[in-house]
Structures are given as C-alpha cells and as structure tokens.
Design a protein. Structure first.
Length: 65
C-alpha cells in the first residue's frame, strides 16, 4: 500500500489519531525524534569542533573549482 505522514498540531490531535488508527487496526509507528540519530551526532560533533576553533576556511574560488 502507501505510507502517510501526519503532522498533528497538538497532543489532543495526536491522541485522537492514535485512537482512530487502533480502532481500524491500522498499523502505525511513532517516531519521536524528527531527525536521524546519525545526522544529529554529526551536527553535534561539528558544533563542538567549531566551538574549539577546529574549522577550515574555504574561499569562494575554492568552492567553484
């Protein structure tokens, strides 16, 4: 079949959707973390490196090579 992505605006809507899907035996999974864990870890590492001054400067000319 197909996959739907639903974006409830508040806890009440989320609860109602869960009740509805359970009542109709619709299988669903809840992803409480909006981003992939590997992505979050990469961003954390980059932020730590930047705060320590471990950065690389690239000129505009180097970007367009």
């Amino acid at each position: 079949m197909s996959t739907l992505t639903v974006h409830p605006e508040n806890q009440e809507q989320l609860s109602a959707l869960k009740v509805f899907m359970k009542a109709f035996n619709i299988v669903f999974e809840e992803n409480k973390q909006p981003y992939n864990a590997q992505f979050i870890n990469k961003m954390r590492l980059s932020k730590e490196q930047a705060s320590k001054g471990e950065t690389v400067k690239v000129t505009l000319d180097e970007i367009w090579k």
